[in-house]
Design a protein around this ligand. Structure first.
Ligand code: ATP
Length: 577
């Protein structure tokens, strides 16, 4: 919490005024019972009506002033807390954006969502409460005690018994409740995870008739969180009557002993009334303090979760030596030199001693069975992961020596699973290059074989793509993703199994068009279908993380058993001939 307090720095003035207004409001509240005692003891007892009017008006004025101060203090506290929440959320999002895929896996997407929303809201609320109560509680407590002792020191002895009783019972309840607060944030993560899986996987759930199973799974997580919430509320529910009991018994004692003191002539009625109000103020301020003691550890748990994310140092960052100028004209393309890579915790490397070059102006295809390491290999080029050993080079320079931003600008990447964003078709393609003209967008779409179906859409390039690209087919989505990468006018194009949802004709036409752009760029295509890689300048055959063959189709047919097996499993004998 304290570490996060630095995000309050931009709001120092509103914080100061909020605290000041609370301070003044508390003083006004402490003053009111004294005024009332005067009205009773001087005005009512002596029957002095003008005095009652005068003091009554004065009381009204003080109450009004306290009301205005409360509104102002609350407004400023809310403003500060909301601003703090917005800044931390922004900071968190910007920080998470720098994460490599490893760090995403480390925390988990659902937990990142809960931490950015729910956890920050918890902290925000507590900061708001602290702003309001931090001054009020101690001031009302100390001020109340001074005023109560001033009214009647002997009667104050009742508070000596009541206050410790109140504090001890609060501490006991807080101790019981705290472990549940810790649990509830974790359970919230789990509920989010299940909800996310279920919403994104709704098609699969329906096609396998697993609705009941998923409803049960959600229900279990939901019940789990409900049980914990109920337990917390049970403790809170027990707390309130207990507090009220202690407070009311104290009142009875005050009235009882106060009555005796009035009888004996050592106290006036007005003083007793004021004393009762001070006693209430003292006990309420203790309650407020207790609330803070309960809420702060709860927010502390959230703050730890937020700090955990903010403390993660992305392992893929620009190194100090960054800045080597990369000569895009050199035409060296991409080179892997004895590259080995392992996923954290994996038993064996996903890529083992990989060496090859993918020259600019050429098409390099990567083929291999599922899990052979094809996507992993592509991921090392834009530095989604870093190689454990060896060197990945772009135009003769190690990727670690190029700034991540510059490196990624040189690359047009089409992921295995196409992702589109909510917006128009044109906006989605322009995502690859903000400066692309309408003509360039259309040209990219034409090469990607997307122009035709876009023209057929009701609004053409202005047609809206629904959330997650749900209103376009799998093949159309892939073509839009390819158009987006082409719009980038990059030096290197990485297409990860991007033709899988295309029919053979479209696949062939797209490859022919792509051939044109590879006159200057390096094109690396991961594919499952042999027909897609057939005409590549170089084919790399991956098997279990190792290169088992590289060359043209004809060369590999001569030299590489794995390649021959792949071809044989896909093509008819006559096609081979
Ligand atoms: N994020 C990850 N964490 C741990 N292991 C992973 C991760 N991604 C992939 N792997 C493992 O690395 C190996 C290579 O995976 P990769 O996705 O590169 O294969 P691929 O050849 O692209 O397969 P496919 O054609 O099915 O997409 C597999 O054994 C896979 O289980």
């Amino acid at each position: 919490m304290i570490r996060l307090a630095r995000y309050m720095r931009p709001y120092l003035w509103p914080t100061f005024f909020s605290v000041l207004f609370v301070f003044l409001q508390s003083l006004a509240n402490l003053y009111l019972p004294t005024l009332m005692a005067d009205i009773v003891d001087t005005g009512i007892v002596k029957g002095d009506l003008p005095y009652i009017y005068k003091m009554g008006t004065y009381m009204l004025f003080v109450t009004l002033a306290a009301g205005v101060l409360t509104v102002l203090a609350n407004y400023l506290a809310s403003k500060v807390a909301a601003g703090f929440g917005r800044d931390v959320r922004n900071k968190m999002f910007a920080h998470v954006e720098t994460f490599s895929l490893n760090e995403f896996d480390q925390v988990g997407t659902s937990s990142l969502i809960t931490r950015t929303t729910n956890d920050i809201t918890q902290i925000e609320q507590v900061y708001m409460m602290i702003l309001k109560m931090m001054t009020m509680a101690p001031l009302m407590c100390v001020g109340g005690i001074i005023m109560a002792v001033y009214q009647d020191a002997k009667l104050s002895l009742v508070l000596v018994v009541a206050l410790p009783l109140l504090i001890v019972s609060i501490l006991v309840l807080a101790q019981k409740g705290l472990p549940y607060f810790k649990k509830i944030q974790k359970k919230m993560d789990r509920l989010n995870l299940i909800l996310r899986e279920e919403l994104t996987g709704i098609r699969v759930i329906r096609s396998f008739n697993r609705e009941k199973h998923e409803i049960d799974r959600f229900d279990d997580a939901n019940k789990d969180i409900t049980h914990t919430s109920i337990r917390i509320n049970q403790i809170m529910a027990a707390a309130m009557p207990l507090m009220m009991l202690i407070m009311n018994l104290s009142m009875v004692a005050i009235v009882w002993f106060g009555g005796l003191r009035i009888n004996s002539g050592s106290m006036q009625v007005g003083d007793l009334m004021a004393f009762i109000q001070y006693a209430m103020q003292i006990m309420f301020s203790v309650l407020m303090g207790a609330m803070m003691f309960i809420m702060i550890p709860r927010a502390q748990i959230s703050a730890t979760r937020v700090n955990e994310v903010l403390d993660i140092q992305p392992d893929i960052q620009d190194t100090k030596s960054v800045g080597s100028s990369v000569n895009a004209e050199s035409g060296l393309g991409v080179a892997f030199k004895s590259v080995t890579f392992s996923y954290p915790g994996a038993e064996k490397p996903a890529l083992n001693d990989i060496s090859f070059t993918a020259r600019s102006g050429e098409t390099t295809a990567i083929i291999g069975g599922t899990g052979a390491g094809k996507s992993t290999l592509l991921n090392l080029i834009p530095r989604y992961f870093d190689a454990l050993s060896g060197s990945v080079q772009v135009n003769g320079v190690d990727v670690k020596a190029i700034s991540v931003d510059k490196l990624r600008r040189m690359i047009g990447y089409v992921p295995q699973k196409s992702v589109l964003f909510t917006g128009t078709v044109a906006e989605n393609i322009r995502y690859g290059n903000e400066r692309a003209t309408d003509e360039e967008i259309k040209e990219a779409a034409r090469i990607a074989q997307a122009n035709e179906f876009i023209q057929e859409m009701s609004e053409g390039y202005d047609s809206i793509i629904a959330q997650g690209g749900k209103n376009v087919s799998g093949g159309q989505k892939q073509r839009l993703a390819i158009a987006r990468a082409l719009a980038r006018q990059a030096d290197i194009y990485l297409l990860d199994d991007s033709f899988s949802a295309l029919d053979y004709r479209t696949d062939a036409r797209l490859r022919a068009e792509l051939g044109r752009i590879t006159q200057t760029a390096a094109l690396i295509i991961v594919a499952q279908r042999v027909s897609t890689v057939f005409h590549a300048d170089k084919i790399i055959v991956l098997d279990d993380g190792k290169i088992v063959g590289q060359g043209t189709h004809a060369e590999l047919m001569e030299t590489c058993t794995v390649y021959r097996e792949i071809v044989a499993s896909q093509l008819e004998k006559e096609e081979l001939a």
